[in-house]
Design a protein around this ligand. Structure first.
Ligand code: GLP
Length: 263
């Protein structure tokens, strides 16, 4: 596992955007580059920079297919808190050459959640899997909406959100946890770790415990993010604030080993 520690949120986002842009630009195959994407506040700075690169003509999305991590169940896509809305508002609508047919987001209004999720998995497989899955994590270490004790081999499916997650996410729903949907559709931990590379953004003091569990803790379904330890291409991009619970030796080790890395 690589852990790339940057001074602050902005630098973390800059690093991650450069990394993703470099991967897309160096993809010379005819088949599309398949990119997994998250919502949340963590990726916003990355999206901003990817948009800038795209608008300057330095990065094309013409041959990129995207799959989003998750979607609330019961929210129509026009709802301003649906992840469909978030992704279009913060990212897709600003790209010059992203094709609408290449955007994949689970349908939160489906009347057949199991079928919707099975089709999602099949579609990912039809492209030969995901090349790079960018993610964020919750304060309890959830990756996508895979809350603590979700199987580390889980696939795309319906999830019940914990009260804690609904409280944390209530900041987008007038601070009323009851207004946060109780269920979501989400890719599984197995879906994420099947990707060739996984890049997870972890920023801020409130994620410090989750970062320590991801990097230093036991591989455990208690912290679903810890499954990344078994992935051969996992990268954590984080900021100083998120490192507060790492052991000093761990922190020094990653700073030292990353010193001479190219990107
Ligand atoms: C939600 C999303 C996750 C996201 C998490 C953290 O629960 N389902 O995919 O990683 O929030 O969000 P933030 O980056 O805003 O802390």
């Amino acid at each position: 596992m690589r852990v790339v520690i940057q001074d602050n949120y902005e630098k973390m986002c800059e690093w991650a955007a450069n990394y993703i842009a470099d991967k897309i630009n160096s993809h010379k195959e005819e088949r599309p580059f398949v990119l997994g994407l998250p919502t949340g506040s963590s990726p916003l700075g990355v999206y901003k920079r990817l948009i800038e690169k795209n608008q300057k003509g330095e990065l094309s999305f013409a041959n990129v297919v995207t799959f989003n991590m998750d979607e609330y169940l019961g929210l129509p896509k026009e709802h301003d808190q649906s992840y469909w809305y978030f992704m279009h508002d913060n990212f897709f609508n600003h790209l010059t050459d992203m094709k609408a047919e290449n955007i994949n987001i689970l349908n939160g209004m489906t009347d057949d959640p199991a079928g919707e999720c099975a089709r999602y998995e099949e579609k990912i497989a039809s492209y030969g899997g995901i090349d790079l899955f960018m993610g964020g994590i919750g304060v309890d270490g959830h990756l996508a909406f895979n809350e603590p004790y979700t199987s580390l081999s889980s696939r795309t499916g319906e999830r019940i959100l914990t009260t804690d997650t609904r409280i944390v996410n209530s900041r987008f729903f007038g601070n009323d946890p009851e207004k946060v949907p109780a269920k979501a559709l989400s890719v599984g931990i197995g879906t994420v770790t099947d990707s060739k590379e996984v890049l997870v953004l972890i920023s801020g003091h409130n994620k410090a415990r989750a970062l320590a569990a991801t990097v230093e803790g036991a591989v455990s379904q208690k912290w679903t993010c810890s499954a990344l330890q078994l992935h051969n291409g996992a990268i954590i991009a984080c900021d100083e604030a998120a490192c507060g619970e790492l052991m000093v030796d761990t922190y020094k080790y990653f700073l030292d080993i990353e010193k001479n890395e190219r990107l």
